[in-house]
Design a protein around this ligand. Structure first.
Ligand SMILES: Nc1nc2c(ncn2[C@@H]2O[C@H](COP(=O)(O)OP(=O)(O)OP(=O)(O)O)[C@@H](O)[C@H]2O)c(=O)[nH]1
Ligand SMILES: [Mg+2]
Length: 452
């Protein structure tokens, strides 16, 4: 699928986040074009379509990622789209997320799949300030951090904009300082957060340097990403494969797309998806557009199950595991430590917001406030009546829909969650222990047919 001459390099996945219209898709598409990552024929078709439709400027490269008609008409992303490119040292899978605040759920599911985050902030005068003051930049950075992405890179986009062009250098310094400080506050403790001024339209400082931003002598975007690899992978553990997407394909049957968090997926093995207990046999695996026999922790894969699974039974948010070796099982209740970040009033037992965990988002009741941490005295107070913004509470939580969660200490990526209410991130939590339901009886697609 990808360009010719692909090398077998270690993989890194990146989630590209940023406020609406800040130039994420343009930048990633341009970077892919520079690295010859797009299949030539498809790229040529897309460019000529964009030209015919009178949209040559953005359309040429950007439409390789913004594929939906609605995305092209609206001029912004709606769904996550994945592309692969290679540097000298790594194979990257980039997930380009939509920046519109209404699609936060989509961003959160992308962040659970990524090793690194790329935060895009626009250099445009006034735009950067607006997103900083509204808290949007902080919300996005926090989503990355709480979903477990330990390293972040910042692209200062649209460095060519007329509002800054004359003093691009000074503007870049100014933004770098502010971004550095707020990312530290969010929790990023990297010694040095790479910050790169880029121009997606011209292509400056992505894979190559830009003649027009000669004032910048630092690393390019690709060099900055490379400097954060390789990614240490979790030790061998039982399989966890959170489902991101499901497709029914004419030839290869049901395809499940997701990132292998732990364990190994191999052709021929059986995988059980919970909630539900649906079982399928792996027929083939695609990684970075190529067929492989095996995929491990960190790999983003498309796994084909033929007819052994029905695409109708599997949905985003389910988790695949082995049949016997610690299968993924629904949680009855769990205990978590929740940091209340932004709640308008008091949070009490009985509160039932949604939680985003792994690729799932489900309603979940705060059944019992077990204890609260007094920040001043650093002591725990048992059975508090309520909690408010800034406080840290230990809570017993009861999901209102089936969901597979894990203790953070065992499967980190399924042990952290964001608390969502009315499109706001109210808080974030880390799961201490889980009381699981009994493992489901494995079910197969044929059984389902019989049931009907
Ligand atoms: N001046 C300038 N404009 C740019 C640059 N990159 C993108 N734009 C313009 O900014 C607009 C938004 O670009 P996109 O790449 O779609 O932005 P996005 O961040 O993917 O937007 P969403 O997907 O809606 O979040 C388009 O009109 C682009 O032409 C740049 O480097 N310089
Ligand atoms: Mg976009």
């Amino acid at each position: 699928m990808a360009a010719a001459g692909k090398k077998d390099l270690p993989g890194i996945s990146i989630a590209v986040v940023g406020p609406r219209g800040c130039g994420k898709t343009t930048a990633i598409a341009r970077l892919c074009q520079q690295l010859e990552a797009f299949p030539q024929e498809q790229h040529a078709e897309t460019r000529s379509l964009a030209k015919d439709m009178g949209r040559p400027e953005g359309g040429g490269h950007r439409w390789m990622l913004d594929k939906l008609r609605s995305e092209r008409e609206r001029g912004g992303s709606i769904v996550n789209s994945m592309v692969c490119f290679q540097s000298e040292a790594y194979t990257y899978t980039a997930i380009d997320t939509p920046g519109d605040a209404g699609f936060m759920k989509t961003v959160l599911s992308a962040t659970t799949l990524a090793d690194l985050a790329v935060l895009c902030v626009p250099a445009v005068m006034g735009e950067f300030e607006e997103h900083l003051e509204s808290g949007r930049l902080r919300e996005l950075a926090l989503a990355c951090f709480t979903m477990g992405i330990k390293h972040i890179v910042v692209f200062v986009t649209k460095i060519d904009d007329v509002s800054v062009a004359e003093a691009a250098d000074a503007r870049f310094q100014e933004i770098s300082k502010v971004v550095n400080t707020f990312l530290k506050e969010v929790g990023y403790k990297q010694k040095e957060i790479p910050i790169v001024p880029i121009c997606g339209l011209r292509g400056d400082n992505l894979a190559t340097r830009g003649a027009e931003s000669a004032w910048y002598a630092g690393k390019t975007a690709v060099e900055s990403l490379d400097s954060l690899g390789p990614i240490p992978r979790p030790a061998e553990k039982p399989l966890r494969l959170p489902v991101l997407e499901v497709h029914a394909h004419e030839d290869v049957g049901t395809i499940v797309v997701g990132r292998v968090e732990t364990g190994t997926v191999r052709s021929g093995i059986k995988v059980m998806f919970s909630p539900g207990g649906w079982c399928g046999k792996v027929e083939s695996i695609q990684r970075d557009g190529e067929e492989v026999n095996e995929a491990k922790g960190g790999d983003i894969v498309s796994v084909a199950f033929g007819d052994s699974l029905s695409a109708q039974d599997i949905r985003r948010g389910m988790v695949g595991g082995y049949l016997t070796d610690d299968p993924a099982v629904e949680a009855e209740t769990f205990v978590a430590q929740v940091v209340v970040l932004d709640h308008p009033g008091f949070l009490r037992a009985g509160y039932c917001p949604a939680i985003a965990v792994g690729t799932a988002q489900v309603p979940c009741e705060f059944e019992e406030l077990v204890s609260i941490l007094d920040r001043k005295t650093k002591t725990e107070q048992a059975n508090p009546e309520m909690a408010r913004t800034g406080e840290v509470v230990t809570v017993k939580m009861r999901p209102r829909e089936g969901v597979c969660v894990e203790a953070f200490s065992v499967y980190p990526s399924l042990g952290r969650f964001a608390v969502r209410d009315h499109n706001r991130t109210i808080g974030v939590g880390v799961i201490k222990e889980v009381t699981k339901r009994a493992a489901p009886q494995p079910r197969t697609a044929e059984q389902n047919d019989n049931d009907d």
